[in-house]
Design a binder for this molecule. Structure first.
Ligand code: SF4
Length: 447
């Protein structure tokens, strides 16, 4: 079948996975916009469908295979539609994804400048895959294009790739070597968000703390970069993720403490509380180092919000190792945590060299204990906020009621309150009167 060249270039970008992919999809939208494509907000009527994928766990990839089955039905009705797979799954599976009947092209995270060419080739019935890594690629000069008009939160990727090679992680193999974006590009993105009246921005990277860029004028590490951003846009809330405990410096903690618009929230993945397991994970820090970082943070920023990533059931984890994880959670008292059971990823060091020896039912049972403990801790922490007043950035209407709005405190806690004619993007002061393990409830004061 010879596909006729498309008449209008409506492109729909569907994003899965982490905030890094959200930022990448905006970069892709920027590249396509430069090539006269129109960014569609829905899949209906799109000429080109791009799926930005995640590969961090098996379930993430299963979702994509299911989605491709759905898109098969759309393509049956319109044979001219072009479908492309990008992101981490595209990089991990590569050219083999072209065997799927729906897929016309595949592009890895360093190949997005090649997308217009890949799409053109698809119209000529040529299926291509570009998963070349490019250590220099930070998409400098590409303006991220928002996917919706009413955005209040912006995401800026300050680093790409990762050099840490945690033994369970696929990211270094799907996103390549670590590189930092030019701080001048980052500051110009910040200024664009400011001009467009954004209220919040998040600096993104697999490990933002190892950001480093030097030119003939400046040597910029992460603490100096985030302070530069805070000073450039004092009216915008600044967030950052993800931090690696081994690189979290006192210098950064001081910068957060002295800049009012840098949110008092740190997401600091610990993964495990056992030194034996941390070593098998190649995390490059000990429980003692991690707890020291937490204590320094708490001493310098008493109202800090803390969250983490923790998983159980990694290779060789005994009940005693697991107890050390629970014990660390009680020591730190996180406000919130993302918790998982270990899922082996093909291609990682762990998959090649470490035995996935913790039985599935034991993994599940430990995960339930972890979630139960964290819910207890979160409830206790949230109950301690009753009677306090927080500045909240309104994000929208509560799922449960059109009379209620929701937003986040700078500690990244979700708050629900009666709307009082306020709207998305407003900043309000809310006095807390109720709390559950996931949500705070309150009333707007001084509206
Ligand atoms: S720091 Fe470790 S877990 Fe995080 S992306 Fe890099 S390799 Fe993966």
């Amino acid at each position: 079948m010879n596909k006729s060249l498309v008449v209008n270039n409506k492109i729909y970008i569907e994003t899965y996975g982490c905030q890094m992919n959200v930022a990448d999809s905006e970069t892709v939208a920027g590249i396509m916009d430069l090539n006269d494509y129109e960014i569609a907000l829905t899949i209906d009527g799109a000429d080109v469908i791009i799926i930005n994928t995640c590969s961090v766990r098996e379930n993430a990839e299963k979702k994509i295979w299911n989605r491709l089955d759905f898109i098969k039905s759309i393509k049956r009705k319109n044979k001219n539609i072009v479908v492309g797979i990008i992101g981490c799954m595209a990089q991990r599976i590569g050219v083999k994804m072209l065997e799927h009947p729906v897929v016309d092209f595949v592009a890895g995270p360093d190949a997005y400048r090649d997308l217009p060419e890949l799409i053109n080739n698809s119209y000529l019935n040529k299926k291509y895959c570009n998963t070349d890594f490019n250590i220099k690629e930070t998409y400098s000069g590409i303006t991220q294009k928002k996917q919706s008009n009413e955005d209040i939160s912006g995401f800026i990727a300050i680093t790409r790739g990762c050099d840490n090679f945690c033994s369970y992680c696929i990211v270094p193999y799907t996103r390549g070597r670590e590189r930092s974006a030019d701080y001048n590009d980052i500051i110009s993105e910040v200024k664009k968000l400011k001009q467009n009246n954004f209220k919040e921005l998040t600096l993104l990277g697999q490990n933002v703390n190892s950001y480093y860029f030097e030119d003939n004028k400046n040597k910029v590490n992460f603490p100096s970069l985030i302070e530069m951003v805070a000073i450039t846009a004092p009216e915008i809330r600044i967030r950052f993720t993800t931090s690696h405990p081994k690189d979290l410096s006192d210098e950064l903690i001081d910068v957060i403490a002295r800049n009012k618009n840098i949110c008092n929230h740190i997401h600091l993945p610990v993964q495990s509380g056992s030194n034996k397991i941390l070593e098998r994970m190649n995390r490059k820090y000990t429980r003692e180092w991690y707890l020291n970082r937490i204590n320094v943070i708490k001493s310098k920023i008493p109202d800090i919000g803390l969250s983490s990533d923790i998983f159980c059931g990694f290779s060789g984890e005994t009940e005693d190792d697991f107890q050390q994880t629970l014990n660390l959670m009680e020591d730190v008292c996180y406000d919130m945590a993302y918790m998982f059971k270990y899922s082996e990823r093909p291609g990682t060091f762990a998959a090649k060299s470490l035995c996935d020896d913790v039985p599935e039912d034991v993994k599940k049972e430990r995960l339930n204990r972890m979630i139960h403990l964290q819910n207890k801790i979160s409830l206790k922490k949230n109950k301690a906020d009753i009677g306090k007043t927080f500045e909240v950035l309104v994000e929208g209407f509560s799922k449960r009621s059109d009379n209620m709005l929701f937003g986040r405190t700078e500690q990244n806690k979700v708050v629900v309150f009666p709307c009082l004619n306020k709207k998305r993007g407003d900043t309000v002061m809310v006095k807390i009167k109720e709390a559950s393990s996931a949500t705070l409830k309150g009333d707007i004061i001084n509206s």
